[in-house]
Design a protein around this ligand. Structure first.
Ligand SMILES: Cc1cc2nc3c(=O)[nH]c(=O)nc-3n(C[C@H](O)[C@H](O)[C@H](O)COP(=O)(O)OP(=O)(O)OC[C@H]3O[C@@H](n4cnc5c(N)ncnc54)[C@H](O)[C@@H]3O)c2cc1C
Length: 354
């Protein structure tokens, strides 16, 4: 079997890379073993233009916000589903200092922080315990990752572009002008298989720094699902079937990828202190984020083995960075356009050439 590009993994990276390459007229084959708790399947799907306690504008947010809206709308048309929606974040600062940090950012141009009407703040006292006011982070997008992965997988199946199996690295041969994998020949192979990518000798030297994230899936009757609610380290995000995703953690000292009793107990106790009404924990999920030391992705071709490429290292921002860098990588392959240097894996040429 001959294809232009072989892609390993159909998380958010493999989904957008295969979409972009097919759109450019290329023949792709995606290998994916459908792991139930991949990072993309556990993620809440939020695209938040601000980050952290200092309320800093997220890297490239002004470019990424419109780009990602258009990217998800376009792929949504392909699979005939609306996979992105505007879902402002209502942030309840845990301290006066944090409220001040938000308020200072309201004067930025453009500002992603807006005041919330006094009446709406009063209404929120029906649902939540909070003492330091509330502000809105807007615009913020919410992506339906499960619908996207499922819809795109179906599309790949329909075009005979999906191989549902575990990738066997011993079967991959990389030559100067192409690759072979079992009976498949391709011009290039792309590693989009999340944390597993870094087990391969080609990429093991890259400065990755994984972290584990957990979330509870919670039933909170009557809480309106038109916003994301953020309370310090706890975020409540509309999930499926009227449920809520409550997370998360950024743990780089984990021993395995499984949900922990400690998280379940702590998050349940926190929710008890935040929510005025009854709630029920119905599930508990966890995964490992393929994050990097620099918090910048790895996109592009290997410096000494250019028949191999990578789209990975999206960390906590896969929903916004993956579509953007998938587009850049496809344009790089098809039209020779450059990749943003801070995301181009060739910034590690020296390390990868050792
Ligand atoms: C708790 C949590 C919450 C998060 N929330 C957000 C959020 O709100 N917004 C945001 O932007 N990001 C969020 N993230 C981060 C985001 O999920 C990741 O950046 C992104 O999903 C990484 O996508 P990926 O395609 O690189 O990897 P993955 O999603 O891990 O995909 C890898 C794919 O490769 C396949 N695969 C792996 N190994 C093999 C193999 N050997 N053979 C065949 N197939 C294989 C897997 O089945 C999988 O489909 C969150 C992450 C976690 C853990």
């Amino acid at each position: 079997m001959q294809v232009d590009y072989l892609i390993i993994g159909q998380g958010i990276c493999g989904t957008f890379l295969s979409y972009e390459l097919q759109k450019a007229g290329k023949k792709v084959l995606v290998i994916d073993e459908a792991q139930p708790f991949s990072s993309t399947k556990v993620a809440s799907g939020v695209i938040n233009p601000v980050t952290g306690r200092q309320v800093v504008t997220t890297w490239m947010a002004e470019e990424l916000m419109p780009f990602t809206w258009n990217a998800y709308t376009s792929i949504g048309l392909e699979i005939q589903q609306q996979v992105i929606q505007n879902c402002p974040i209502q942030a309840f600062p845990p301290s006066e200092q944090m409220l001040e940090a938000y308020e200072q950012k309201m004067n930025n141009q453009p500002s992603f922080i807006q005041p919330i009407a006094a009446n709406d703040i009063i209404d929120y006292h029906t649902y939540f315990y909070f003492n330091h006011g509330a502000v809105a982070i807007s615009p913020a997008w919410l992506v339906d990752l499960h619908a996207l992965l499922k819809g795109w997988r179906q599309k790949l199946e329909e075009t005979s572009a999906l191989l549902e199996e575990s990738f066997d690295a011993t079967q991959l041969q990389i030559h100067a002008t192409g690759i072979t994998y079992k009976n498949i020949q391709a011009e290039k192979v792309f590693f989009c298989n999340g944390v597993n990518t870094f087990q391969h000798p080609l990429w093991e030297k890259l400065p990755y720094s994984f972290n584990k994230g957990e979330a509870l899936i919670v039933d909170i009757p009557d809480l309106p699902q038109n916003h994301i609610y953020k309370f310090g380290i706890t975020t409540l995000v509309p999930w499926y079937d009227g449920l809520w995703w409550a997370g998360s953690t950024y743990d780089n000292r984990y021993t395995d990828a499984l949900p922990t009793d400690l998280f379940r107990q702590r998050k349940t106790a926190e929710l008890g202190m935040l929510l005025k009404g009854k709630f029920t924990v119905v599930d508990h999920i966890a995964s490992i984020r393929p994050a990097t030391v620099e918090r910048r992705p790895f996109a592009g071709l290997h410096p000494t083995q250019p028949a191999a490429g990578i789209l990975n290292g999206m960390g906590t921002k896969g929903c916004s960075l993956a579509p953007y860098f998938a587009h850049q990588l496809a344009q790089h392959l098809v039209n020779g356009q450059p990749i943003t240097p801070a995301g181009d894996v060739r910034r590690f040429s020296a390390t990868l050439s050792l």
